[in-house]
Design a binder for this molecule. Sequence first.
Ligand code: MN3
Length: 222
Amino acid sequence: MTMKNRCYPFINTPLPYGYNALKPFIDEKTMWLHHSRHLQNYIDNLNKLLKENPELQSWSLEELVGCYSWLPRTLGTAVRNQAGGVYNHRFFFEGMAPGGISLGDGVLAQEMNRTFGGTEGWKERMKEAAMSVFGSGYAWLVWGKNGLEIRTTANQDSPVEPDVRPLLNIDVWEHAYYLKHYNVRAAYIEDWFQVINWHAAQRRLTCGGMMGCTPKIPERIS
Ligand code: MN3
């Protein structure tokens, strides 16, 4: 994502891979619908909201997602849902790559070993968390105050908070898997494990931000 796209008006940048590139784990039609329809809707709704609320046009996506609670309640809820939908989907798409990119042996690999006994132990815990989301939401791997943690969020909520650095997420809304995996969320989670971009997660841990290159949300926005 370019700096040009860090605040209003947001545009739907192309995926860093083709819609068919995650096959056979995630199918082309699902990726196309998910990116060009679902994410596009969130972007359009967010732009509309910001057009009506110009004081928020200089806020970055991370600021919108992390600081919505400072806004009047109705506006805050709308920002939380629409900006969250943009942030969470971009984060999800950037966290995958054709055939997956392995974890390697950097800092994140060491922390994965320390916390989960390696990626296999992590997968068990992550799968449990992703299966536990009732209805629509996400499961996340984040870097928190005490190291690596698994979290879940409902709807389009995001764990963008001071002292928390999101590293990976899996979208478990049904639209993310229903065409290929029908109602079998567990099979979709197993397939997602095959396309994780661990290089992106490592970058996010080291540098923060969605792409591993943007600053953390500030303590206070006036
Ligand atoms: Mn989705």
